[in-house]
Design a protein around this ligand. Structure first.
Ligand code: NAD
Length: 356
C-alpha cells in the first residue's frame, strides 16, 4: 500500500516521542511491504518561533495533502505562565481541528495486564477493561455563543447541537461497536438539558440501523461513577464534547499513565493521531518520556486511516511483549521494577522495534 504521512512533532516531548512513533511505522512498512512516504511540518511554539503563527498555512496545506497526520504535542512554559499572550501554541491545535473538520475524538482505554499495578484502581476491578470513547469535538458549549452581561457580572456559554452533528458521531460509534463487543453506551444529561434530549432522540434513531448493537443510555453523573465502579462493563461510549472531555480524563487513569494513551481525531478528511499527553516541560530533553502513547497512536493510524488491522495489531503486540519482558519507562515503573529494566525513550523504542 502507498500512503503519505505528515509527521508533526510540535513541542517538548512531542519531538522525542514522535520520532520513535515514526520509526515504528517505518519498521511496519518494511516488514509488511508498504510504501510510505513522509514529510514534516511545524505547529505550536516551534511554529510561532519560526513563522509567527502557531499553525502556518504551509502546515495546513501539507496536512490536507497527506493521508494521515502523526502528531506530537504543543505547549511551552512561556505561555502557561502568561495568560495574556495573544499568540499561543494551543491555538494551532484548535485551528487544526476546525480546519480539518475533526469532529470525532477516539480514545481507546485498554489496560495491559502487565500494568495492573500502575493504576490507583484495584487490579481485580480493572482487569480486562477495554473501552473505546467517541467524544464529539467540534460542537457543544465550547463553540456556542458566549459572553458577559450586567456590566460583566454575569457570564453565559450556550450549548448547541444539531441533529446532523449527533448523527454523524453516533454512526462512527455504532460502526466501531460492530467490530468490537456490539455495545454502545450513550452518555448525556437528558433529564435536564434540551441538547441532551435531542442527543438521545438522535442516538435512538441511529440505533435502529444497528439491530445487533445493544444500546444503553446513561446520565453523565452516573456514567462517571460506573467508570470507576465497574470499567469492564463498558465497550463503546459516545458522548458530547464537554462530557467527553471530563470522562476521558477520568478514564485515562484506568490505563495507569498518560504516557500509555493514544487518540485519533477523525472527520471527513485527513485523520490526526496523537498521544493524549502534552509537551511535558518537566521532562523535556531528558530522554525520559514514554513513547508508547505515540507508538499506539501510530497503530491507530494504520488501523483507522489505512485499514491495516494486522499491522496495527503487530504494534500493539510488540508493546505488550516489551511490557511482558519487564521493560518499563519511569512513569510506569513501580517499587518492584529492577533499576536496569527502567529505560529511556529511545531504548524502550528499540525494544519495541525488535519485537515487531
Ligand atoms: N494535545 C496537546 O498538545 C496538549 C495536551 C495537554 C497539555 N498540553 C500542553 O502541554 C504543556 C504541559 O502540560 P501538562 O504538564 O499539564 O500536561 P502533560 O501531559 O504535558 O504532563 C503531565 C504530567 O505527565 C507527565 N507525562 C506526560 N506525558 C508523559 C510521557 N509520555 N512519559 C512520561 N511522563 C509523561 C509529565 O512529565 C507531567 O508530569 C502545557 O503547555 C499544556 O498546554 C498540550
Amino acid at each position: 500500500m502507498k500512503k503519505h504521512i505528515l509527521v508533526v512533532p510540535g513541542d517538548g516531548i512531542g519531538q522525542e516521542v514522535t520520532a520513535v512513533g515514526k520509526k515504528v511505522v517505518e519498521k511496519i512498512a518494511e516488514k509488511f511491504g508498504h510504501e510510505f512516504t513522509y514529510d514534516e511540518a511545524l505547529i505550536g511554539h516551534v511554529a510561532i518561533e519560526a513563522t509567527g503563527s502557531p499553525l502556518p498555512e504551509e502546515t495546513l496545506v501539507k496536512m490536507r495533502a497527506s493521508d494521515a497526520v502523526l502528531f506530537g504535542a504543543v505547549g511551552h512554559p512561556k505561555y502557561d505562565n502568561d495568560p495574556t499572550a495573544k499568540v499561543r501554541p494551543e491555538q494551532g491545535l484548535l485551528k487544526m481541528r476546525k480546519e480539518l473538520g475533526l469532529y470525532a475524538n477516539l480514545r481507546p482505554i485498554k489496560l495491559f495486564d502487565e500494568l495492573l499495578g500502575a493504576s490507583s484502581i484495584k487490579p481485580e476491578i480493572l482487569k480486562g477493561s477495554d473501552i473505546l470513547f467517541f467524544r464529539e469535538l467540534t460542537g457543544d458549549i465550547y463553540f456556542g455563543e458566549k459572553g458577559r452581561k450586567n456590566d460583566g457580572d454575569t457570564a453565559y456559554d450556550i450549548a448547541e447541537y444539531s441533529r446532523y452533528e449527533v448523527e454523524r458521531i453516533a454512526r462512527k460509534a455504532f460502526d466501531a461497536a460492530m467490530t468490537r463487543g456490539k455495545k454502545v453506551m450513550s452518555v448525556d444529561k437528558a433529564n435536564v438539558l434540551e441538547t441532551s434530549r435531542l442527543w438521545r432522540e438522535t442516538v435512538q434513531k441511529v440505533a435502529k440501523e444497528y439491530p445487533e448493537v445493544t444500546v444503553e443510555h446513561q446520565f453523565v453523573d452516573s456514567a462517571a461513577m460506573l467508570l470507576i465502579k465497574n470499567p469492564r462493563q463498558f465497550d463503546v461510549v459516545v458522548t458530547a464534547n464537554l462530557f467527553g472531555d471530563i470522562l476521558t480524563d477520568e478514564a485515562s487513569q484506568i490505563a495507569g499513565s498518560m504516557g500509555m494513551l493514544a487518540s485519533a481525531s477523525i472527520g471527513d478528511s485527513t485523520g490526526v493521531y496523537e498521544p493524549i499527553h502534552g509537551s511535558a516541560h518537566d521532562i523535556t530533553g531528558k530522554g525520559l518520556a514514554n513513547p508508547m502513547a505515540s507508538i499506539l497512536s501510530a497503530a491507530l493510524m494504520l488501523d483507522i486511516s489505512f485499514g491495516l488491522k494486522a499491522e496495527s495489531e503487530a504494534i500493539i503486540s510488540a508493546v505488550e511483549q516489551t511490557l511482558k519482558a519487564g521493560f518499563r519507562t519511569g512513569d510506569i515503573a513501580d517499587a518492584s521494577t529492577p533499576k536496569d529494566m527502567i529505560l529511556g525513550t529511545d531504548a524502550i523504542g528499540e525494544e519495541i522495534l525488535k519485537r515487531i
